[in-house]
Design a protein around this ligand. Structure first.
Ligand SMILES: [Zn+2]
Ligand SMILES: [Zn+2]
Length: 357
């Protein structure tokens, strides 16, 4: 699943102008201050085009919480320097909202900086991090090697010569991947050391932070944080702006129920896993509407022929999501490409697989 994300994001990275604030790519690091005690860091995309999850810093009177450790260790170090300027207290808790590398690959940097840190995740997340980390790094190297061969030969995988512009883009990409690979050369993963299987409250002095374990939306181990006093919900990739993440399918059936539950909660501010902080429920409700409609469209298509007789590719081809594509893409080309992969393919696949269960 991760490979699919990389391919799309690389496309977006190479072909986007990096000028739109509502685009899926993020050209610059920025910090949103929600209060004196709450900051959201958006990271610049990595040189290999991979996005980095948002990091949230919650400073309590007694304890400090950081939510997600982003993708590049160097970016995590930059965040740690920033956090040290905000507070003299050490970070007590680091939360991994889910297992994807862009939310936890900075874990080792936090452990180095704050040796007593407690890294909290759900059981499913901890298991996935342990199972996939090394395999993913090996696959990264393989992909890079094959890209370098294409650049060296000036030919695509099928032996056809590459267009000048494509070759230039691939060279840029190979250089970006090289720099990430060098950064991860001696990388040793650090795993969560507090595993939870249900919701817990963290008392950080002046407020209680609720860790919520609900049904799967983005991964099996999605973990969200609710700050009831401030009516803030930190969602990880359960909510991603401006295009939801459904690469490889994810969990639309249980997901839409979770999103509806969130919609009923007293939340004023959403901190998504990627993209800008949202100050209302408009986007959440647009996503609920999208998922519900795609579920019915897929079901209608499948019922025409029966689940055993129909192929996923045919369902994906038959369903027209043009109106939604327009609504979510805001006229930005890279968002359209992303929508095609994540929604027209991914979400439809998720609904299709969900029906088979
Ligand atoms: Zn992410
Ligand atoms: Zn993710």
């Amino acid at each position: 699943m991760r490979y699919k994300v990389i391919v799309v994001l690389l496309f977006v990275f190479l072909f986007s102008g990096h000028v739109f604030s509502q685009a899926v790519s993020t050209p610059n690091r920025s910090v949103t201050k929600l209060s004196d005690k709450l900051y959201v860091i958006r990271h610049k995309d990595a040189p290999d085009g991979y996005p980095q999850g948002n990091t949230t810093v919650i400073i309590g009177d007694k304890k400090v919480i950081v939510v997600d450790a982003c993708y590049l260790p160097s970016s995590a170090r930059e965040d740690i320097e920033f956090i040290k300027k905000l507070t003299r207290k050490p970070v007590d808790y680091l939360i991994n909202t889910h297992w994807h590398a862009d939310h936890q690959q900075g874990n080792p940097e936090y452990l180095k900086a704050f040796p007593d840190i407690k890294i909290i995740a759900r059981k499913e997340t901890a298991e996935e991090i342990m199972a996939f980390e090394n395999k993913d790094l090996a696959r990264y190297r393989q992909n890079l090697d094959s890209l370098k061969i294409k650049v060296k030969n000036g030919k695509n995988g099928d032996g056809k010569p590459l267009a000048v512009a494509d070759l230039a883009n691939m060279k840029e990409l190979a250089a970006g991947q090289d720099s990430v690979e060098n950064e991860l050369l001696n990388y040793t993963p650090v795993y969560p050391n507090i595993i939870i299987s249900g919701g817990i409250d963290l008392d950080i002095g002046d407020q209680v932070v609720k860790l919520m374990c609900m049904a799967p939306v983005h991964t099996l181990g999605d973990l969200m944080l609710f700050l009831p006093d401030q009516k803030i919900l930190i969602t990880g990739d359960v909510l991603v702006y401006p295009i939801p993440y459904f690469f490889g399918g994810a969990y639309p059936y249980s997901g839409v129920k979770v999103l509806e539950t969130i919609d009923q909660m007293d939340v004023k501010t959403f901190v998504p896993g990627h993209g800008e902080v949202l100050n209302n429920k408009i986007y959440l409700e647009q996503e609920i509407d999208l998922i519900k409609n795609v579920i019915s469209l897929v079901e209608a298509e499948v019922y025409k022929e029966g689940l055993l007789g129909i192929k996923l590719e045919n369902v994906q081809r038959a369903i027209d999501l043009g109106t939604y594509k327009k609504q979510f893409s805001n006229g930005i080309k890279e968002n359209e490409v992303f929508f095609d992969e994540s929604i027209s393919k991914g979400l439809v696949e998720g609904c299709f697989n969900g029906m088979a269960k």
